[in-house]
Design a protein around this ligand. Structure first.
Ligand code: GAP
Length: 514
């Protein structure tokens, strides 16, 4: 675990050093849980958003896009339940004065039981070698069984407390499990209190009676309140979906783990409107579709798992998370929720306007049910970096740090490197870039030795480097080096476009997930 934390720290410095992510307002000592994306980060992020957007809007005839405003009428948040129920249960340690989410402390405790079980299994696997039967060991080893039983009992108590919204019961679990503050090491806890996560501000001048508005905590409500506009103007027939990418804001009190939990972040959400009664079928379908999308990134299928919710949000009748194995454990990157007709019916009630859908096939009107897929851009960005970062030792003892980014997402697709800064090689390299810049993002680099330049490109995940040497002037060919295998091949310049385009095209990813 300590080793994983070390990797995570290195990843954070790597992000800063190579222009992926900077702390916000750094020259003013930063602003907690707010980050800026640098010159490489923004390219990767844009490519990631395009991958999601195209997978929804390009690949589905019945899904269209939307870009709704961040500010919305404040009653929307009353209708959605966010004013009354968008809370985190918080607890303070009286000695360290640090504040924690009570549910997160308990989830960490659950993960500790898993760790203990994993350690027992790893020890036994080492002891028994080839003959080790993990399934039998899990079913019979007394220490594994004891930890499993403790974990299950805790899990059940936790789920019950959450479902009852019983803050005192959450506190009692923390006391009974003897959970200590990671900073002070003490068990001196306050009561658990609810804290609303929405940021509020004022619209208009105070003299006119300013309106209290919220920065949206999710993009979904912009879709709900526009669903009939889109349905009517786009002549959409159920089932259909509306996709949106945009900023969301939450006043996270326990903001930790870099861009995993931010106060300003970006979501990619799709609301899929279906006939009531068919929602669980669609829920299952979208679970599968979304997992495929993630797996197509090639970060390792075993690094994903579903986590079904113990406590359903106020709007859901089924919900699951897609979790990814980050250096600090399996964590949610996407939520898939069957939101019933909760939001639309509530907006009907609060606005006083009918937003029913007229179904021409059934010749009747109804409020559609909704399946939502909601993925965090920043968390997916983090999972891609964590899943592709490698410190590789090369033959001969040298080492390199590289990002095995999927070529379609890499910020730079091709680096063009003149072997030396003279003899007409820089001019030739520039000529090649001028030809290729219409097709994909190239970067010119002439500084330092060729080895150092390769390392710089490896560190930002550039899948290909083309070296222009003296022979290039004679044979009009370049040496193309592959980032992962480091193999080099000689390629005629006229073939460069098709060779690289093919490999870095987003179609590669879209085909895999389709
Ligand atoms: N509309 C439903 C919704 O917002 P959610 O599970 O609260 O559901 C969806 O959020 C996704 O948004 C999460 O899976 C996560 O990837 C991302 N997300 C939520 N809070 C975040 C935060 N504070 N920082 C970064 N990403 C966040």
């Amino acid at each position: 675990m300590a080793q994983q934390e070390d990797v995570f720290k290195k990843l954070i410095s790597h992000c800063k050093e190579y222009g992926f992510v900077f702390p916000s307002s750094e020259i003013y000592d930063g602003l907690s849980a707010v980050y800026d994306y640098g010159q490489m980060g923004v390219e990767l992020k844009n490519n990631l958003k395009k991958y999601w957007w195209d997978s929804m809007v390009l690949m589905h005839e019945n899904i269209v896009g939307l870009d709704s405003a961040i500010f919305m009428h404040p009653t929307i948040w009353k209708a959605s339940g966010h004013v009354d129920a968008f809370n985190d249960p918080l607890i303070d340690n009286k000695d360290s004065k640090k504040r924690y989410r009570a549910d997160v402390l308990i989830e960490d405790q659950l993960a500790k039981y898993d760790d203990k079980i994993d350690k027992e299994i790893a020890k036994a696997a080492k002891r028994f070698g080839e003959a080790f039967d993990e399934a039998q060991f899990r079913a019979t080893n007394p220490r594994v069984l004891e930890n499993l039983q403790k974990k299950e009992a805790l899990h059940q108590r936790f789920a019950e407390a959450l479902n009852r919204n019983d803050l005192e019961a959450l506190r009692q679990i923390i006391l009974d499990e003897e959970i200590v503050c990671p900073v002070s090491g003490s068990k001196n806890w306050t009561d658990v209190r609810q804290f609303n996560l929405m940021f509020a501000t004022e619209m208009g001048s105070t003299a006119d009676g300013a309106l209290k508005v919220y920065l949206r905590p999710e993009t979904a409500q912009g879709i709900f309140v526009n669903y009939l506009n889109v349905q009517k103007t786009g002549r959409m027939k159920i089932p259909f979906g509306i996709a949106q990418i945009g900023k969301a804001f939450r006043n996270e009190i326990v903001a930790r783990q870099f861009i995993f939990r931010m106060r300003e972040f970006e979501q990619m959400e799709m609301q899929f409107f279906v006939k009531p009664g068919t929602e669980l079928e669609w829920f299952a379908k979208w679970k599968e579709t979304r997992l495929k999308w993630h797996k197509a990134l090639g970060l390792g299928d075993h690094k994903y798992r579903f986590h079904d919710h113990d406590k359903l949000a106020h709007y859901a009748n089924a919900a699951t998370d897609i979790e990814f194995q980050l250096p600090f454990g399996f964590k949610e990157v996407e939520g898939i929720h069957s939101r019933t007709d909760f939001d639309l019916s509530s907006h009907e009630k609060y606005s006083g306007k009918s937003i029913k859908y007229f179904d021409p096939e059934l010749n009747e009107s109804y409020v559609p049910y909704v399946i939502e897929t909601s993925i965090g851009v920043d968390r997916t960005f983090l999972s891609i970096l964590a899943g592709t970062y490698e410190e590789e030792t090369l033959a001969g003892g040298e080492s390199r740090v590289l990002l095995h980014l999927p070529p379609a997402l890499a910020p730079i697709k091709l680096a063009i490197l003149p072997l030396v800064k003279k003899d007409g090689l820089p001019e030739k390299a520039r000529q090649i870039i001028d030809e290729l810049r219409f097709d994909f993002k190239c970067q010119y680099d002439e500084k330092d030795s060729i080895g150092k330049r390769y390392r710089r490109q490896d560190a930002i995940g550039t899948p290909f480097c083309a070296t222009v040497d003296h022979d290039t002037l004679e044979d009009n060919s370049v040496t193309v080096r592959d980032r992962d295998s480091m193999e080099q091949i000689r390629v005629p310049i006229e073939e460069l476009r098709s060779l690289i385009s093919d490999k870095v095209d987003l179609k590669q990813l879209l085909r895999k997930q389709a």
